[in-house]
Design a binder for this molecule. Structure first.
Ligand code: MG
Length: 280
């Protein structure tokens, strides 16, 4: 894969509501980027039409892939409470099967020629919670499986405060575990001020999602995700903070809307906004 200039602008494959690599390529051409984070897909859910040939098709399409993304079947984002129950490795009863899914995704990541994979770990339990140790051990197992293949895992932010995530990363003590920082998630889950969180997580940040949002109006409900520049992250300040931290990896735009046309339009708008910010 060709190398990437610092702060190259890219997009999450799952933000473009596509089911095939050819469709993804078409939309990336419209956007004028070939830089992507790519969903691993799944044999049973969020699958790619190319099936097991997806990695070959993605490589042939000439994408510059920065990392892969693993999601788990059964994750339910309807409310913060449903995702707390169903997300990542949060539920002890699904940990064994999800570790297997994790291993499958590591193999797919290798096939894509990548050494980075991001995912939602699930809500990190409070340190006083009886499940903290078991959750930590599960993530330790996952990280070790990744390390065996030379893969770095980046934990998506949002479900917990930066301080709690830092404490967890410290306790996990696996050098191949980093952070995929998503500033909007800090607002959507109402877990702190995004740029303060970014500075705290600083050296652990391996990749970022560029996404915008407003906090929930009511405690315990979702905040509102919005096109870049329309939420409360402060895109200019976000980019400046990344520069201050010496971050040079890609700026990967993420947008979650069901309508494919709106998604493409919003990502396009976001890309233009980032380009103007980078030009200063
Ligand atoms: Mg994200």
């Amino acid at each position: 894969m060709p190398s990437l200039p610092p702060l190259a602008i890219g997009v999450c494959s799952w933000s473009l509501n596509v089911t095939s690599v050819s469709e993804l390529k078409q939309k990336c051409d419209v956007l004028g980027t070939n830089v992507i984070q790519i969903a691993c897909g799944d044999p049973h859910h969020a699958s790619w039409k190319e099936g097991d040939d997806m990695p070959r098709a993605a490589l042939d399409a000439g994408f510059v892939m920065t990392c892969s993304m693993l999601g788990f079947p059964g994750e339910d984002y309807s409310t913060p409470q449903t995702i707390q129950k169903t997300g990542g490795f949060g539920d002890p009863s699904t940990r064994p099967e999800r570790l297997e899914r994790f291993s499958w995704a590591l193999q797919r990541t290798k096939q894509l020629g990548l050494s980075d994979m991001m995912f939602h770990s699930g809500f990190v339990p409070a340190k006083t919670n009886a499940d903290y140790k078991a959750f930590l051990a599960t993530l330790g197992q996952a990280a070790d499986r990744a390390a065996d293949l030379g893969i770095t895992c980046a934990l998506e932010t949002g479900q917990e405060t930066a301080d709690h995530l830092l404490e967890f990363i410290h306790d996990l003590a696996r050098p191949n575990v980093k952070v995929n920082f998503d500033p909007a998630n800090m607002l959507l889950y109402d877990m702190g001020e995004p740029l303060v969180a970014l500075r705290k997580l600083g050296k652990h940040v391996k990749s970022v999602h560029v996404k915008d949002a407003k906090r929930p109006a009511e405690k315990g409900t979702w905040g509102t995700e919005l096109p870049l520049g329309q939420g409360d992250v402060g895109m200019k300040e976000f980019v400046q903070t990344l520069k201050d931290l010496g971050y040079t990896n890609a700026l990967i735009i993420e947008r979650s809307v069901a309508d494919a046309e709106t998604a493409l339009k919003d990502v396009q708008h976001g890309k233009r906004l980032l380009e103007s910010i980078l030009k200063g």
